[in-house]
Design a binder for this molecule. Structure first.
Ligand code: PLP
Length: 408
């Protein structure tokens, strides 16, 4: 990544060289289908099961068959939600939150079109979940609750074990799923620890933890009733069909080993230090800047920032010209000009929501990358504000007419 200042680790991570080294033999000489019955294939199957066991141990699973390999977090989420509803045909209610990734929200909306009832729980202005609203929504008809562990846009972390426990205190039969795609590798997650025990199903993705794109996990606690989502062969204990993706499973096991080392070595504290430095330096240099989710517990690598009166997409364009990769907080990528549903749910004023960008740091981020960003961004914001009809150039503040663009 020469001369590329990559600050978009929540979008995807590069494959770690150590992960690549481990998986390459399974793309070359160890290519056999592990379900075949000759000795070389059976050896590979044993290696897949060793990988599964090491992931089970890293995640605190009570047994290796609680780990189901899938093609992505999106697939795991669909499996969890749709598979649970099929297993409980008499229940017709789902609960989720307003700030979920589209993998959850769009799945729930699709199911709603089939006649299910859907409750969407709000967050406050810091992005924290309203647990009382969640508790009030749980009924005997609720089949599944799906709430994320950490938000991909703002990095706001939900105390997911506590949330699961609160829901189960109301209805102990409800199935609780969490989308932990952004939390893995950044927060300690042990399914046999404390309130994590109240979580039945969990989804995650390899490409957020330095493994390749195209592999995910669905953790399914023993005893969870779940209908198969991808039907066909009997792979994955007859829970997910499709030829076993050996190289990516081997890669994922190595990726788990490395994130375990990162968490133990204090690497995430180093990343948190860089993120805090980045935010503090920008605040000194840019007026009318807001950190979305500030004050809430946040992932230590993520910063979602808004700069009043300009467009996030324009900021991205200018940053790209300076070889800096970050994400826009608006939903323009989905083809709409609506600001992000996450920022809307947090009641971020429209002028700020439209101008948000997400910076996310990771294992290979250097202080130089952050310094380049800090020295480049203020000039871009100033230049864009100078041509913005909502910016009062004379007084260097938002124009009066910008003030009416608050959230409805
Ligand atoms: N959930 C969250 C919170 C995410 O951030 C993402 C990806 O950005 C996904 C789900 C989807 O993951 P995948 O790309 O593995 O389908």
């Amino acid at each position: 990544m020469k001369d590329l200042y990559y600050l978009d680790y929540n979008a995807t991570t590069p494959v770690d060289d150590r992960v690549l080294d481990d998986m390459l033999p399974y793309l070359k000489e160890n290519f056999q289908n592990p379900s075949s019955s000759y000795a070389s294939a059976m050896t590979i199957m044993q290696e897949v099961e060793t990988a599964r066991k090491s992931i089970a141990s890293a995640t605190g699973a009570s047994s290796h068959d609680e780990i189901i390999f899938t093609g992505s977090a999106t697939e795991s989420i669909n499996h969890a939600i749709r598979g649970t509803l099929k297993a409980y045909p008499k229940k017709n209610h789902i609960i989720t939150s307003a700030v979920e990734h589209p993998a959850v929200l769009e799945t729930c909306q699709d199911i709603k079109r089939d006649g299910y009832k859907l409750s969407v729980i709000d967050v406050n202005s810091k992005g924290e979940l309203d647990i009382e609203e969640l508790k009030a929504a749980v009924t005997p008809e609720t089949a599944i609750i799906s709430i994320m562990h950490a938000n991909n846009e703002t990095g706001v972390v939900f105390d997911i074990g506590k949330i699961a426990k609160s829901a189960k205190d109301i209805n102990s039969n409800v199935v609780f799923h969490t989308d932990a795609t952004q939390a893995f590798g950044k927060l300690p997650i042990k399914m046999n620890d404390g309130n994590f025990k109240y979580i039945d199903l969990l989804s995650m993705s390899g490409h957020k933890i330095y493994a390749p794109k195209g592999i995910g996990i669905l953790y399914s606690r023993k005893g969870s009733r779940l209908r198969k989502f991808i039907t066909g062969g009997h792979q994955e204990f007859n829970k997910r069909a499709g030829t076993t993706n050996v190289p990516f499973i081997i890669a994922l096991a190595k990726a788990f080993e490395l994130i375990g080392e990162d968490l133990q070595s204090g690497k995430s504290k180093k990343i948190a230090g860089l993120r805090d430095y980045l935010e503090a330096e920008l605040k000194k240099r840019i007026p009318y800047m807001r950190i979305n989710g500030e004050g809430a517990e946040r992932l230590s690598n993520t910063s979602n920032m808004s700069f009043d009166c300009i467009e996030g997409e324009s900021i991205l364009f200018e940053l790209d010209r300076n070889n800096i990769c970050v994400s826009s907080g608006s939903a323009c990528t989905s083809g709409s000009l609506e600001p992000s549903h996450v920022l809307r749910a947090m009641n971020v004023p429209l002028t700020s929501a439209h101008s948000s960008i997400r910076v996310s740091l990771g294992r290979f981020t250097k202080k130089d990358d952050v310094d380049h960003f800090i020295s480049t961004l203020p000039g871009i914001v100033e230049a864009l504000r100078n041509i913005s009809p909502f910016w009062d150039r004379k007084n260097n503040k938002p124009d009066e007419k910008a003030l009416k663009y608050v959230m409805p």
